[in-house]
Design a protein around this ligand. Sequence first.
Ligand SMILES: *Cc1c(COP(=O)(O)O)cnc(C)c1O
Length: 307
Amino acid sequence: MSKQQKKRHSGLFEGLKAYRREDGSILLFRPEENALRMRLGAERMCMPSPTVEHFVDAVKKVVVANKCWIPPSGKGSLYIRPLLMGTGTVLGLAPAPEYTFLIFVSPVGNYFKEGLAPINLIVENEFHRAIPGGTGGVKTVGNYAAVLKAQSTAKAKGYSDVLYLDSIHKKYLEEVSSCNVFVVKDNVISTPAINGTILPGITRKSVIEVARTQGFLVEERLVTVDELLDADEVFCTGTAVVVSPVGSITYLGKRVEYGKKRRQLCVWTALYRTHKSTDGSIGGPIGLDCHNRLVRTSLPLHIHLFC
Ligand SMILES: *Cc1c(COP(=O)(O)O)cnc(C)c1O
């Protein structure tokens, strides 16, 4: 095989964002968490991976080199897509002989075309995103390939995305194609526990911290589809969507709407609007500002890029 016929092997990806503050300076959201997740994924996929320091340094350098593409404060963000790919001229089933770590960036606006309007999800009852013992818990490129069919069918029917159930009982919630899901009932926030089939979202983790800081009870456990249908409120979290409210869920032909007939508790807005301050400094409680950005924290959520 020639160099041109290189086979592409395994691939891991990450996703994070850089924001511009009002004073023009740049914030990165928890890049060392992405670095750690890539290391854990690489371990699962038998790939070597950059150190946390190498990863964060590379992200900073790429962002600084592309800073003219970071939208003004409140107008969007720079999406950062680190990739770790195995390549090489082998036919057999074996780890790749060589690896490439690279980073793409692109300015982005809102993820769902609805923007911050509630999204409409359909519960998938036939296809599954992940199985116990599989790779659903790591950010491998194959996870997205597996959801394309169900997602494109759902989109053709007018839904925003698909919500997956566990593959054994078809009863417990897992997550949406590329974001985690939260269910609110009587002011208690529940989200499926991380068990290997759910991607451990960094936004998920941060939102749990935000909610607990605000005094909410947050449970990480098995959440049934019946609880979903009976919820007061449902929302999704992820780097791309940040926190997006769910307007309706369709399950086996039955559509349940949130916030219309029921009293809208709007836990997501409480989380979303925790702090309108955009200074992102370490010290205050964590929260999301009115421009959909997570800001101010008692934990090192953000790092500042001085350039
Ligand atoms: C990336 C991803 C998420 C969200 O993770 P964040 O770190 O919050 O961006 C959720 N589910 C899947 C399947 C993902 O690939």
